[in-house]
Ligand binder design. Sequence first.
Ligand code: PLP
Length: 404
Amino acid sequence: MTRFQTLADKYDTPLYLYDFDYMREQYNKLKEAFRAKKSLICYAVKANSNLSVIKHFGDLGAGCDCVSIGEIKRALTAGVKNYKIIFSGVGKKDEEIKEALQKDILLINLESEAELARVEEQAKLLDKEARISIRVNPNIDPQTHPYISTGLHENKFGVDLDTAKRMYIKAKNSNFLDPVGIHFHIGSQLTQLEPIKEASEVVSDLVRSLKVLKIDIKFFDIGGGLGIQYDDETLIKPYDYAQAIFSTLHGLDVTIMCEPGRYLSANSGYFLTKVLYEKVNGEKRFVIVDGGMNDLIRPSLYNAYHKIEILGKDADEETSDCDVVGPVCESGDFFAKNIALPFTQHDDLLVIKSAGAYCATMSSNYNTRGRVAEVAIDSQSDRLIRRRENFEDMIALEKDYLKD
Ligand SMILES: *Cc1c(COP(=O)(O)O)cnc(C)c1O
């Protein structure tokens, strides 16, 4: 814990810290669980797209699941091989498709019939055969938060089974498309195995019916979404996860792909923020800290829970309920509401946990606050992996357009 204080003094706050050893352990646990089959773990870059984080997973053997050409370029810049990169997302632009094809990535994940036509056209223009996979929406309720549920027909993701089949036949009959994969991703922060297993069963049935049509699926992509411990969740064990998937394959010879983001990085991360002031409005106590919703938006956006600890306070110290809030001019700028904390003083350090996924990547310059620095802790040493944004960085794209 004194480590946090040392690093806060060294790099200033607010600050993101990522424990690279923890990321390695998570990756190895998952890889180990799938070892009975060929597998490729494609790290979902959107969770934490710092180049050094991507490189860390790449060095361990991971591929990348990318949702924009920007993320693909990040993965390539970080040294991930093109043949381990997949391109997902509901709305890809022609330019992005073209560039992905030119970079010869492993495959493009299609999410609609209309997209299939765009990819075919781009491949034709380049005189290439585009390797594709289709995201099937198995219409299964993942029993997670509605904002992060994606596997129901009411969600915008993927296509239904009949549409998928029609698309595979089209792709097979095209000179410019090569259907090599199938994909489903029913949601995030999944803590129940049954819905995943059900989805996998539905999708593996489709693979078998495609086989009859001489369409041979090589990559069986089970998506991401493995839940993590934010609070007191009961989690899916990687071994049980793998076994559940295997049990639905009934001997199909496929490479298992998965695309975890949060599972690999969330609990490696800590957001350090210092207390500025305390104040009481009527009955309500506020702890005002130097980090804000622009730095870490999950509580404001999803009402997400992140555990918060104050450094250097005894467990038996007297506490009272308070809201932990930032300096941003929005009532929604909070990290926690009505939590019990001891009385704090100026410069006390708060540690916000589970901050390694969907935190730094969602940060913005709102209120002209520079994005914060990111630091990696790796085998006892620490190093900067993104410097703090300064004022010049924030106005760089505007200042040349100022008129007299
Ligand atoms: C967001 C996303 C993931 C990663 O989700 P996690 O909850 O971070 O594991 C994987 N696949 C797809 C298609 C996604 O949209």
